[in-house]
Design a protein around this ligand. Structure first.
Ligand SMILES: *[C@@H]1O[C@H](CO)[C@@H](O)[C@H](O)[C@H]1NC(C)=O
Ligand SMILES: *[C@@H]1O[C@H](CO)[C@@H](O)[C@H](O)[C@H]1NC(C)=O
Length: 289
């Protein structure tokens, strides 16, 4: 063993120095309900995302362009992992292109991951749960902040509303002054928290949903720092069941019919990098920081 290490060390100095991968040191402290983190085995073999037989993490069929497979939508940009990804998981980038048209929704360009085990009236919408996700920007696939984006959200079981949205860009009908912000907005359009997009570091969010009290609490940090409570608990209507969605939904400009109409540029190549996606059980007050 010592011999092998010596040989490997000798070999690696002869080649280019290997890229240093910075390890995050956050620890998940509460029971995981849905684990959406990406194991290295999946990034090495993205076709695992394409079928129910192999995709143990996300729904292989939704919500995406009909002709696209998740193995082509998702990219694996490498680099430093986010706070809760540790040594076994990697960042994932959700991308959109001109083909990112779900069913007949020609106004949107969208690709959204849904936890495989999430269901309209399931564990994800009961008790007290905390959704964790980290975001990072890809300079090669920037979002166009003239448009409104939904990045992470929860749609009700009857598809009539979203209980809350994590968004960026120019929210239709609002000023473009804070288009560089990530914003957490409730179903009535009320802003619960906003923070400027960081173009280089991981930004870590945790949203705690108390379904018994209809309250939302937001935790946030940058880089590898521990999360801190930044907003709430705020009273907001979390009723209606449904599902989480994580990715990109880009709305068009210049229309009142955003689902079907409006303007989208051609030759789109945009992406949002995610890390550390999981839902944990906070019924006893536990939140991983
Ligand atoms: C951003 O979107 C607007 C509206 O679709 C478009 O006019 C503009 O060219 C886009 N900018 C970039 C840099 O893609
Ligand atoms: C590790 O965790 C501590 C405490 O949360 C934090 O201050 C530090 O920046 C983290 N990262 C590294 C690389 O030590």
């Amino acid at each position: 063993m010592q011999y092998l290490l010596t040989v490997l060390a000798g070999a690696s100095t002869a080649l280019a120095a290997p890229a240093l991968v910075q390890r995050a040191n956050g620890t998940i402290q509460c029971p995981i309900v849905f684990d959406g983190r990406i194991p290295t085995s999946f990034s090495a073999n993205p076709s695992l995302f394409d079928t129910y037989a192999t995709n143990t993490i996300y729904n292989p069929d939704y919500v995406k362009g009909t002709d696209l497979k998740w193995s082509t939508i998702l990219k694996f940009p490498g680099g430093a992992v986010s706070r809760f990804d540790g040594a076994d998981h990697v960042p994932v980038e959700v991308t959109i292109s001109d083909k990112s048209i779900f069913q007949t929704q020609k106004g949107f360009r969208r690709a959204g991951l849904q936890f495989l085990k999430d269901s309209a009236d399931g564990e994800g919408q009961k008790g007290v749960k905390t959704l964790h996700f980290s975001v990072k920007q890809d300079a090669a696939r920037p979002l166009n902040l003239t448009h409104e984006y939904l990045n992470v959200w929860h749609e009700t079981a009857d598809y009539s509303a979203n209980q809350w949205n994590f968004q960026t860009g120019t929210i239709i009908g609002q000023s473009s002054a804070n288009k560089e912000d990530f914003k957490i907005i409730d179903r009535n359009g009320k802003s619960l928290y906003a923070v400027k997009q960081d173009k280089s570091s991981w930004q870590n969010f945790a949203l705690k949903f108390d379904y018994t009290k209809n309250q939302l609490t937001t935790y946030y940090s940058v880089g590898d720092a521990a999360l801190k409570l930044v907003a709430g608990p705020t009273s907001t209507n979390l009723a209606g069941g449904g599902q989480f969605q994580i990715g990109i939904l880009k709305k068009p400009t210049g229309t009142s019919d955003v689902v079907n109409g409006g303007y989208q540029e051609s030759n789109l190549n945009e992406g949002q990098i995610y890390g550390g996606i999981f839902l944990e059980d906070s019924s006893d007050g536990c939140v991983s920081l």
